[in-house]
Design a protein around this ligand. Structure first.
Ligand code: NAG
Length: 412
């Protein structure tokens, strides 16, 4: 930020130095035995004569007078860096929140950060073990969510010991603010897999599993991008205006995330009703009888994500002033963000989708994204194959014949 500010400032002062005439009107007494001051206005307009070959041309140069101006007329409303810390940081880099170089509004707890690093680390390891045991590759999304949460709190533990370091704090905040997106995406993917596995017609309304996963994961990514932009702008090193704008963008991002959760719930409830119907008809046998824990786990996970989103919306909408208890007490963040997110991930350890959704019915149709990506490579491959057909292909030229009259070709 400082480097951005200093360049225009430097330019402005350079221009000012060049533009300001030498202080001739009032020489500083006693400092300079200055030569007689050059008058800014010439007493009489000088007439200059230029001799050319044929005639004489005389020019009357107009008198030029430059109004003396001061540097203050060039001063822009740039925020001046008035940071003069009066308290030197302690061993952990802590300064009281009223100091201009304070990054924390409270004394952050090292123990709490370590505790949650361990808690999320346990979820991370458990998810890895379960994914391996159930051979459920699709849980990589929630595994990544747990990894990001764990990384966020490890970085926070480092940050509490180096509180003047904005880099570490920015990394911490980005991990903690963005990892719920991954947990949310996983919830969307699980319902898609449930529709594919439990519902005989493999669709709810217009939503086939692949379309549902594609649409909601795409919307989730869109809100992720908005949150990333906002979170990136609202770094602790940003100035107040940028920070405010970043916070507003981030709030817009989590707001639409919550809106998509609401839309998604409509589909989840449709699915729920269909499951009731199938249960009444006695069409859910074996593993498929275990649909309830999975669906309730989905509701619980979304509920915890919602609690966390509402907390962040309230926290950020209250601003950063002294009357906002949420930014001035550390426990709010742990109780309303860390704990709910831990629960939103842990519920999928307790009820693991890989334990129920397995077997031939669990195979997902190729996703739309994969189709799109594959189309590109398929075309390339097809083009290559077409180029490979040699000239002397014995079947060449019989494309118009009915199949049974064509020559056998290795290329068909
Ligand atoms: C912040 O911490 C990181 C990692 O400990 C270090 O590499 C970096 O130099 C630090 N930055 C400042 C400005 O102290």
């Amino acid at each position: 930020m400082h480097s951005h500010l200093s360049l225009p400032l430097l330019l402005v002062s350079a221009v000012a130095v060049l533009a300001v005439p030498a202080p001739t009107a009032a020489p500083i007494p006693g400092l300079l035995a200055a030569p007689s001051p050059v008058p800014t206005t010439a007493p009489t307009a000088p007439t200059k004569s230029i001799k050319t070959r044929d005639f004489e041309l005389s020019l009357d140069l107009p008198t030029i007078s430059i109004e003396p101006f001061t540097l203050s007329s060039l001063e822009l409303n740039l925020p001046s860096n008035t940071c003069t810390p009066t308290v030197s940081p302690d061993a952990n880099g802590y300064v009281p929140p009223d100091q201009c170089n304070a990054l924390y509004q409270y004394y952050p707890s090292f123990a709490a950060a370590v505790a949650f690093s361990v808690l999320f680390g346990v979820l991370m390891i458990t998810h890895f073990a379960q994914a391996t045991a159930y051979k459920a590759g699709f849980v990589w999304v929630i595994l990544m969510g747990a990894v990001w949460e764990c990384a966020g709190y490890v970085a926070r533990a480092v940050s509490t010991k180096d509180q003047q370091n904005t880099t570490v704090l920015t990394i911490t905040q980005l991990f903690i603010l963005l990892s719920p997106i991954l947990v949310n995406a996983f919830d969307y993917m699980v319902l898609a897999r449930m529709i594919n596995f439990f519902v005989p017609e493999r669709q709810i309304g217009i939503f086939k599993p692949s379309l549902l996963a594609f649409v909601f994961v795409f919307l989730d990514i869109a809100s992720f991008v908005i949150q990333l932009i906002g979170g990136g702008m609202a770094t602790p090193s940003a100035d107040a205006a940028t920070m405010l704008k970043g916070i507003h963008i981030y709030m817009g991002g989590i707001g639409i995330q919550q809106f998509f959760i609401m839309l998604f719930l409509i589909i989840a409830i449709q699915f729920h009703r269909r499951m009731f119907q199938l249960a009444r008809e006695g069409r859910l046998a074996g593993l498929k009888a275990q649909w309830r824990p999975l669906l309730y786990a989905l509701y619980i996970s979304l509920l915890f994500i919602t609690i966390r989103i509402i907390f962040r919306l309230v926290e950020f909408s209250r601003g950063n002033d002294d009357s906002n208890p949420m930014t001035h007490n550390e426990w709010y963040m742990y109780v309303f963000d860390a704990v709910p997110m831990w629960c939103a991930i842990a519920v999928w350890n307790l009820v693991h989708p890989g334990a129920v959704i397995k077997g031939p019915d669990a195979v997902m149709p190729p996703s739309r994204l994969r189709k799109i990506l594959c189309c590109a490579c398929c075309k390339k491959r097809r083009n290559k194959e077409m180029q490979k057909i040699p000239e002397e292909d014995p079947s060449g030229g019989d494309e118009m014949l009915p199949l049974n009259r064509r020559t056998a070709s290795p290329y068909r």
